[in-house]
Design a protein around this ligand. Structure first.
Ligand SMILES: [Zn+2]
Length: 400
């Protein structure tokens, strides 16, 4: 076959495929069979106990979307809710890092929140659910993150029930943000929500004007958040990265993600010795910039010692209250003139940037998808959360 004939054959095949899908029902069509009458959910009925319940799939209104779940990450927030119910949500269907396929769509929903066409068969993620807050508007969120907004998977139970991703189906209702991410593979889609946290953190870091091309950057904490932070920095040309953690396996992964050196804090006694370890890892220099990605107050106290005079720090590790940290304002802040920013969740704009980041990360060969070390079926949600609490592996995901 000539090159020309091969191209023609491919085009014919594609056109035949398009005809095939257009003969399907335009209103409702699951790619893998009919939509059932009921959906399973993993309902957290008391601490450390999910029960699989079955609820009817409701009628879909003109502004609603019915999504078949394909995968959902387990977040540290889920683990806290599972263990202690700090948000007082029980009974609740958890799961906010989810993605799935549209199987039914109301007639008023034709585009996603970025203006991309949306229809049956498209793969989507959701972000926040709008509240009556004029400061939270689409793509005008440089001024405010979505910390105060609702998200699916952290909503109180109601008569729809299908409002978290630890379920076979979820109902996306009017007022929600929804993105068409059909061009990303499943593992990338599962990582969108945590990756958006790092896109936001790096944007916050850049606001200090200290983080530059090939700055010396220290990442403290090599859980999924710290590891994705390394990946985001790599996609923007930062190569001089030192990772700090107490777990040799995680440090190994940090190297795979592109850290040029690692420091295991367990090998050092005391703050000064550890700071010297970081300095040695940079070839005799302190860091220009640091990202603090642990929830440990001691780690927060330590990180100032890793940063040069006039350097910067982004603190993003404390997504729950981990207690007070001690610093010395004279040595750590004043005398060193360290510029510090905090970072919390993300804005909607960061979400759109995240899709591009994930494609770029894949294109330059970063092993992002290897972050998902465990996949549990929905029926094994208890085991999935226990695995997360034991800190086994990195990112845990729930699949149907
Ligand atoms: Zn999360």
């Amino acid at each position: 076959m000539t090159e020309q004939e091969r191209i023609e054959a491919i085009v014919k095949e594609v056109i035949a495929g398009m005809k095939g899908t257009s003969s399907a029902s335009p209103k409702t069509a699951a790619s893998n069979g009919a939509i059932p009458k009921t959906s399973r959910v993993a309902l957290l009925t008391k601490t450390e106990q999910f029960e699989i319940k079955e609820y009817p799939i409701p009628e879909i209104g003109d502004d609603d979307v019915l999504v078949k779940m394909e995968g959902c990450g387990v977040c540290g927030t889920d683990a806290h809710e599972f263990k202690r119910d700090p948000f007082g949500l029980i009974p609740v269907v958890l799961g906010h890092e989810g993605t799935g396929e549209i199987v039914k769509i109301g007639k008023n929903v034709t585009k996603d929140s970025a203006g991309k066409p949306l229809g049956i068969g498209d793969k989507i993620v959701t972000c926040m659910i709008f509240k009556d807050n004029p400061d939270i508007t689409m793509f005008d969120l440089n001024k405010q993150n979505v910390g105060g907004a609702d998200v699916y998977g952290l909503l109180p139970d109601d008569d729809v029930h299908l409002n978290g991703w630890y379920a076979d189906y979820m109902v996306v209702r009017k007022g929600s943000t929804i993105f068409n991410v059909s061009d990303l593979d499943l593992d990338s889609r599962i990582l969108i929500e945590p990756a958006a946290v790092l896109i936001h953190a790096v944007e916050r870091a850049k606001s200090t004007n200290i983080l530059r091309f090939n700055s010396r950057v220290v990442i403290q904490g090599c859980g999924p958040i710290g590891l994705i932070c390394i990946a985001v920095l790599r996609t923007m040309g930062t190569e001089n990265i030192v990772a700090v953690d107490g777990n040799a396996q995680r440090l190994e992964f940090a190297k795979k993600m592109g850290a040029c050196a690692t420091v295991n804090f367990k090998d050092y006694k005391g703050q000064e010795e550890l700071a010297n370890g970081v300095k040695d890892a940079f070839g005799g220099y302190l860091a220009d910039f640091a990202f603090q990605c642990t929830g440990s107050p001691v780690a927060h106290s330590n990180i100032y010692k890793f940063i040069r005079n006039g350097g910067g720090l982004c603190e993003l590790g404390f997504f729950i209250n981990g207690g007070d940290a001690t610093i010395n304002p004279h040595f750590d802040i004043c005398a060193k003139e360290i510029t510090t920013v905090g970072s919390w969740v993300y804005t909607l704009r960061d979400y759109a940037t995240t899709f591009d980041f994930l494609k770029r990360a894949k294109a330059i060969g970063l092993p992002l998808n290897e972050l998902i070390t465990h996949k549990f079926h929905l029926a094994d949600a208890n085991e999935a959360l226990q695995t997360n609490l034991r800190q086994d592996g990195l990112k845990i995901a729930i699949i149907p």
